[in-house]
Design a protein around this ligand. Sequence first.
Ligand SMILES: Nc1nc2c(ncn2[C@@H]2O[C@H](COP(=O)(O)OP(=O)(O)O)[C@@H](O)[C@H]2O)c(=O)[nH]1
Ligand SMILES: Nc1ncnc2c1ncn2[C@@H]1O[C@H](COP(=O)(O)OP(=O)(O)O)[C@@H](O)[C@H]1O
Length: 186
Amino acid sequence: MAAKLFIVSAPSGVGKTTLVKELLKRCPDLVYSISHTTRAPRKGEVHGKDYFFTDKAQFMEMVESGQMLEWAQVHGNCYGTSGAFVQEQLAAGQSVLLDIDVQGGRQIMDFGLDSVSIFIMAPSLDVLEQRLRGRGTDTEEVIRTRLENAIGEIAQKSFYTHVVVNDVLDEAVAELIAIVKQETVG
Ligand SMILES: Nc1nc2c(ncn2[C@@H]2O[C@H](COP(=O)(O)OP(=O)(O)O)[C@@H](O)[C@H]2O)c(=O)[nH]1
Ligand SMILES: Nc1ncnc2c1ncn2[C@@H]1O[C@H](COP(=O)(O)OP(=O)(O)O)[C@@H](O)[C@H]1O
């Protein structure tokens, strides 16, 4: 098995968190990179499991001391990936999965770091809106911002190696598993 760096990006609300959780259950060889964020935890989110929740000063300290492999501002909050974690895992022969936004994904592609990138889409913007509302975690204003951002993110899908449409959940999971298997063979 070849160790690979997988980048998974999607507009907010597409179902990426749901899909990634399922993928990790079904591919135990894949290690999830826990990001740092200045966003407040949502109900049920656990520090050190879903994210490392930090304040802005701590986050910027990590950026300025070169600890972030990539970072970006998304929907008004900062998110970043620990470079040491990713490098250590890859050096140990372990494939790593990054759940990061398009700006972060493109930073990694621009470094020329070897990676397999997967962009996940909803079947339509209407379905995306329904999913954002159905999740019940965001205010109307946040939902609007996320939908506006989605249009700019979808416009960048061609930079990604694979595009998966999350229509029927089980089919999208199966497609993701097939990509991981195909990319890690050899
Ligand atoms: N660039 C970057 N984006 C991240 C990172 N961690 C999470 N994100 C992205 O930030 C966005 C917002 O994530 P989140 O607040 O959990 O809400 P979600 O949109 O409902 O998944 C998503 O597109 C995530 O993929 C990171 O370390 N770096
Ligand atoms: N294939 C699907 N069909 C219907 N609903 C879905 C599907 N995938 C995810 N969802 C639902 O859509 C909402 C957003 O999913 P979530 O995983 O939080 O998205 P993201 O991480 O992309 O923001 C959740 O309520 C989730 O249960």
